[in-house]
Design a protein around this ligand. Sequence first.
Ligand code: NAD
Ligand code: DAU
Length: 338
Amino acid sequence: MKNILVTGGAGFIGSNYINFILNEREDDRIINLDKLTYAGNLENLKDSENKPNYIFEKGDITNSEFVNYVFRKYEIKYVINFAAESHVDRSILGSEIFFRTNVIGTNVLLEAARRYTVEKFLQVSTDEVYGSLGPTGLFTESTPVAPNSPYSSSKTSADLMALSFYHTFGLPVVITRCSNNYGPLQFPEKLIPLMIINCLNNKKLPVYGDGLNVRDWIYVIDHNKAIDLVFEKGRVGEVYNIGASQEMKNIDIVKLILKHLGKGEELIEYVKDRPGHDRRYAIDSSKIQNELGWKPSFRFEEAIGKTIDWYLDNKNWWQRIISGEYQKYYETLYGNRI
Ligand code: NAD
Ligand code: DAU
């Protein structure tokens, strides 16, 4: 039995990961360490919470004493670090917590991993570390890092710190860099759930700038299968890009959601652009495909429909979220953009 520490397992991708893994395997024990920030929600784990090989520990990855206690208590030998402040717009409103959680928190985990001689440390990273592309070209693992937002610069710092622990101490670190995820349980600050929910509530759909920025979309299950493969078979000291080659302009996604929900385009509202807004992301995932045999199984056209249906079927989940602190966040961010 492997004792796997999963941090940030109450967030969007981490909870999908835990629910998926505990369905697949009974021989690993998952210890989920999560601070339960605004983005962490234990409701996401209702399918897993009663499984005998699932344990939840509420705590902060920046708290070294607590992190060491968890490593000791559960004899942690494997780590998958999802925990992060993850939203670019919030990093523009205030960057400090991004530095604290994403950089210092990762450093605390790496130090503990070194002390307790872990056998694999997977750092979940992002394609945003590579900066922005022009109209052509793809990010490969050898594209130089050139982050543009406080969020992406904190994730880049964490990646560099993790790689330095591999080179200096021989810690078995591996890094994944994935493109934009979508699917069930995504917090409605991100483009796709925000647009679905606003649409359902007949609220304006705030499109930044000219709406022509491009993101490369991947269904969350495909991302998590890739993480699992890299965790099991990825070579230490390496970076693996993950992406499904599904580039979309923001405005086309918004129009697709409107069409799917039978609403008119008059709901679209072009608003002031995000400062420093990266124009285009696109991933070359040939390394993970050729080396580990991964390939995505979901096409955007089909999985966006599944995603919209999930939000239609789970109104209670998001209604609870948008009735709380979210209101204040929405007014602060979008009040300044209109
Ligand atoms: P999320 O914001 O939905 O969840 C983050 C989780 O981390 C939450 O449960 C939160 O409570 C927890 N957390 C935050 N600070 C913590 C701390 N100090 N200690 C312990 N737990 C803490 O994020 P997500 O979208 O699920 O992203 C997960 C990871 O994947 C992040 O590292 C992110 O950078 C990366 N990533 C995300 C995407 C994407 O499209 N969402 C794409 C590529 C990579
Ligand atoms: O590329 C991977 C990254 O994808 C992850 O590392 C981040 O954690 C994740 O948040 C995501 O970052 P983005 O900034 O690309 O995602 P977001 O959903 O915030 O925005 C997607 C695009 O939509 C972007 O071009 C900005 C635009 N947008 C977003 C929102 C929230 C709008 O036009 N209007 C909006 O209201």
